[in-house]
Design a protein around this ligand. Structure first.
Ligand code: NAD
Ligand code: DAU
Length: 339
């Protein structure tokens, strides 16, 4: 099978490319990415010599280029990870979120219909469900929880999901959607909570915790997200949504303290800062559907997963330094500039 992975140089896309090449060596992967600030081509260095791997620098909003690619490659599956993904950036400047997360999705689906793609898979998020009250710990997001968004980011992702479902009903697009909780693991851009805190602690810089640090996120190792997407896009039912999560709910402040403890740094580095606007209180996924219908099971628990992740960042300090200095942005020119 030939699979298009968009957003392949970002955090989850990178991990997914490695997952696919390792677990399905019979398949071919075309990795597409625009290489925005969040895309780092170096992430994919480990597979650049694999004959089943190919990288394409492209914008999912560029209809002409996307159609040409689909015509040439004749994909069986499209897995769309490409997105603007950071809530804080969406509060500063929403427009690019609408363009990439909605229009980009539309272009990919039009191309999928036009060139006979067998399955279009949309990588979505639990943020489309809004938030749950902090105290109601028996409440979880299920696939039938109404969409109810808080930030321009989550509104753009929910719009993308609605459009995917509309393409299914109106045009008969064969599709699936997965909605996952917060991911952690290797290659995450250090604007997100866990790598940002690890990096700041490493440099003895303040750790900026929003509000009182009591918001709850439901953490899943990126490997387990990838195994869930793989199952849904291959075996999930046409037209269905699947939630992915592993019941690892933690208050932000506890995650930050765990990082400090692992790095042997003092809690005095914690600084409470002004809260995020519209800050979602609590996310918590009910993964019963993917577990019972597709047999998905997470491999990691948070305690060992977070330790392994911290060690990855400590062992890859050059990666972190290049990302924070912006050096990684030159890599594409160095690799492809004169070709
Ligand atoms: P990321 O920001 O690390 O990666 C996004 C990638 O998309 C980057 O490589 C970027 O260059 C690329 N991209 C952006 N605009 C593009 C465009 N117009 N054309 C082509 N490529 C473009 O994000 P991530 O954390 O890896 O998230 C991947 C997907 O998973 C997103 O759709 C996100 O909504 C979803 N998701 C993320 C999480 C999480 O915890 N990170 C959880 C659930 C779902
Ligand atoms: O739930 C899935 C979502 O998880 C994905 O759809 C998003 O793409 C991904 O970015 C993530 O969104 P969050 O907003 O939950 O993640 P972030 O890492 O930005 O923040 C996690 C929590 O930590 C949140 O409650 C805000 C808080 N926070 C974040 C940062 C960056 C801080 O307290 N301080 C910080 O500096």
């Amino acid at each position: 099978m030939k699979i298009l992975v968009t957003g392949a140089a970002g955090f989850i896309g990178t991990n997914f490319v490695y997952y696919e090449l390792e677990n399905h060596p019979e398949d071919q992967i075309v990795a597409l990415d625009l290489l925005t600030y969040a895309g780092n081509l170096k992430n994919l260095d480990g597979c650049k010599d694999n004959p089943n791997f190919k990288f394409v620098k492209m914008d999912i909003r560029d209809r002409e280029a996307i159609y040409k690619l689909f015509e040439e490659e004749q994909f069986d599956i499209v897995a769309n990870f490409a997105a603007e993904s950071h809530v804080d950036r969406s509060i500063e400047d929403p427009e690019v979120f609408l363009r990439t997360n909605i229009i980009g999705t539309e272009v990919l689906m039009d191309a999928s219909l036009k060139y006979g793609v067998k399955r279009y898979h949309q990588v979505s998020t639990d943020e489309v469900y809004g938030d749950l009250p902090l105290e109601a710990t028996d409440l979880f997001f299920t696939e039938s929880t109404p969409l109810h968004t808080s930030s321009p980011y989550s509104a753009s992702k929910a719009s993308g999901d609605l459009l995917v479902m509309a393409y299914h009903r109106t045009f008969g697009l064969n599709m699936s959607i997965s909605r996952c909780s917060n991911n952690y693991g290797p290659y995450q851009f250090p604007e997100k909570l866990i790598p940002l805190m690890i990096n700041n602690a490493r440099h003895d810089k303040n750790l900026p915790v929003y509000g009182e640090g009591l918001n709850v996120r439901d953490w899943l190792h990126v490997y387990d997200h990838c195994s869930g997407i793989d199952l849904v896009m291959r075996n999930g039912e046409n037209g269905e949504v699947y939630n992915i999560g592993g019941h690892n709910e933690r208050h932000n402040i506890d995650v930050v303290k765990t990082i400090l403890k692992e790095l042997d740094k003092p809690e005095s580095l914690i600084t409470y800062v002004t809260d995020r606007k519209g800050h979602d209180l609590r996310y918590a996924i009910d993964p019963t559907k993917i577990e019972t219908k597709l047999g998905w099971k997470p491999k990691y628990n948070f305690e060992s997963g977070i330790k392994e992740t911290i060690n990855w960042y400590l062992n890859n300090q050059q990666w972190m330094d290049e990302v924070t200095s912006g050096d990684y942005l030159k890599y594409y020119e160095e690799m492809y500039g004169n070709r």
